[in-house]
Write a new protein. Sequence first.
Length: 137
Amino acid sequence: MEEEDDLTVQGPLPGHVQTVPKKEPKEEIRSTSPTANLEVSQLKKEVRSLRFENDGLRRELDTSRENLRISTSAFQGLREHLRSLVDKYTADQGQSEVELQGLDTQAKDIIERIQTVASRLEEDNALLVERLREAIK
């Protein structure tokens, strides 16, 4: 049975999967030159360092994704709250306008009644003045 050489990992986007080699095959590079052996050793150290740095960057990326998800969720919550406040304000404003129109109608009715009463009082006063004049004659 053939052993699997690749490892499936989370890709850069949610739901995206990519495959990477599990481990590089360990090949012993044999050289007759000590300089070549030193270079190979330095390259191996550099590869380990780059892998470590890559792992750190992946963790940072995962943290950034989580922070973005949290921020997006909070933003959506605030947007919905703002919409509900705007809807409430609009409804309250409409209710206030209806109430103002009702008060305006009531005020006009009261003014009409006052004018009617004032008109009757003027007529009554005119009659009283006429009666007084007749009584004085």
